[in-house]
Design a protein around this ligand. Structure first.
Ligand SMILES: Cc1ncc(C[n+]2csc(CCOP(=O)(O)OP(=O)(O)O)c2C)c(N)n1
Ligand SMILES: [Mg+2]
Length: 398
């Protein structure tokens, strides 16, 4: 039997004519790999665009779909936990922007690094934290990836440098990480993600300058979700073509709602940077469904119709689901199974995030540094000095 795409040949981005190989399953016939077209790019000071087509394996399709679903469901759970006051403080959700993180992650090599702003739950998960570690970090519990001491904006894993609450601050930090990668003689690159609002900050331009002067392997990713808090990009930026804002730093515009296109752009950027050509700016056009943070209903500066329209026409998960099922890579049943499985995983993690205990005061001053050079923490009271203690990440004391 032919893949179901044979019945949907008008779908624009994956053409069933381009199915490379099929395997016969006992229940369903799947394509093991399809060739798909990427969405058009826009270039700034670059001669050649990323490839106009790429192959997508069934294995990768399953992975990307699942990852995007986990991020979406995890954020939905965070939304609920916040409303029941189990998450306190700031909380910024990533729903709508999943294809940017999943697409970049798909291109990363194990020695590449990532740093982002405060919309970081999905990134922490993709970079190695489990759903339990993310949700318990949000509720401030001991199983959290930072033992519950960091919370929403301060999650870290290997090669993932957070989670940064100061708008734009992660951009120079990202250039610093790129510097370190180069200095150590690796061919690793650092992806530094920031928003359309942050893109207008002075420190971003200072960083572009240093990064270009030193040809640092830094990929600056401007996630243009249309708004910085309640201000639209059009109102805040004199030039909204964020991929051109690096001036002498070449740039690439990419459809950030298409996971495969983002992956190709990220692969292209890694190849570019690791060959010593220096930094690159990527603008990923995307959208956020929730308000800026939990305190913002998100509907006073944009209409409900606008949000609905993006959900209906550009949603990254629905879009990918259609592509993969039409191409015969995934079946409708499999999609349902993944959805149910992800729901179960997130529901279970949510329960743990409600019942897990918090760390004790004995951990107050632990793990300030990975390598403590001084025995005591400076500037604490001399009568009761706190000592540096290294427990290591996510150490269970019980
Ligand atoms: C230096 C600094 N200024 C202001 C703020 C308050 N603030 C938090 S998020 C934000 C908007 C940033 O928008 P954008 O960069 O587009 O990121 P998005 O929230 O859309 O992901 C502002 C002004 C801050 N955290 N840090
Ligand atoms: Mg924004």
């Amino acid at each position: 039997m032919l893949p179901s795409c044979a019945r949907n040949i008008n779908k624009p981005t994956i053409s069933c004519k381009k199915v490379l190989q099929l395997i016969n399953g006992t229940k369903n016939n799947y394509a093991t790999e399809v060739k798909c077209e990427t969405k058009p790019y826009k270039l700034h000071k670059l001669d050649t665009p990323p490839s106009a087509s790429t192959t997508l394996s069934r294995e990768d399709a399953l992975k990307y779909y699942r990852e995007m679903q986990v991020v979406r469901r995890m954020e939905a759970s965070a939304n609920n936990l916040y409303k029941t006051k189990l998450i306190r403080g700031f909380c910024h959700l990533y729903s709508g922007q999943e294809a940017v993180a999943v697409g970049i992650k798909a291109a990363l090599r194990s020695h590449d690094a990532v740093i982002t702003a405060y919309r970081d739950h999905g990134w922490a998960y993709l970079m190695g934290a489990s759903v339990v570690e993310v949700l318990t970090e949000l509720t401030g519990r001991k199983s959290g990836c930072a033992r519950g001491k960091g919370g929403s904006m301060h999650m870290y894993t290997d090669n993932f440098y957070g989670g940064n609450g100061i708008v734009g601050a992660q951009v120079p930090l990202g250039a610093g990480i790129a510097f370190a990668l180069k200095y150590k003689g690796t061919d690793g690159v650092c992806f530094a993600l920031y928003g359309d609002g942050a893109a207008n900050q002075g420190q971003v331009f200072e960083t572009y300058n240093m990064a270009k002067l030193w040809n640092l392997p830094c990929i600056f990713v401007c996630e243009n979700n249309g708004y910085g808090m309640g201000t639209s990009a059009q109102r805040a930026a004199a030039n909204t073509a964020f991929y051109t804002r690096g001036d002498y730093v070449p740039g690439l515009w990419v459809d950030g709602m298409d996971v495969v296109t983002v992956r190709e752009a990220a692969r292209y950027a890694i190849d570019y940077c690791k060959s010593g050509k220096g930094p690159l700016v990527i603008e990923a056009a995307t959208y956020r469904y929730f308000g800026h943070s939990m305190s913002d209903p998100g509907t006073s500066y944009r209409t409900r119709e606008e949000i609905q329209e993006v959900r209906q026409k550009r949603d990254p998960i629905t879009h990918f689901q259609e592509l993969t099922t039409n191409a015969g890579l995934l079946s409708e049943n499999e999609i349902k199974e993944i959805n149910a499985d992800v729901k179960k995983e997130v529901d279970e993690a949510t329960e743990i995030s409600k019942t897990d205990s918090s760390i004790g005061l004995d951990e107050l001053a632990t793990d300030i540094y990975a390598n403590n050079l001084e025995p005591q923490i400076r500037n604490t009271t001399p009568f009761n000095p706190l000592t540096h203690n290294r427990l290591g990440k996510a150490v269970n004391l019980e």
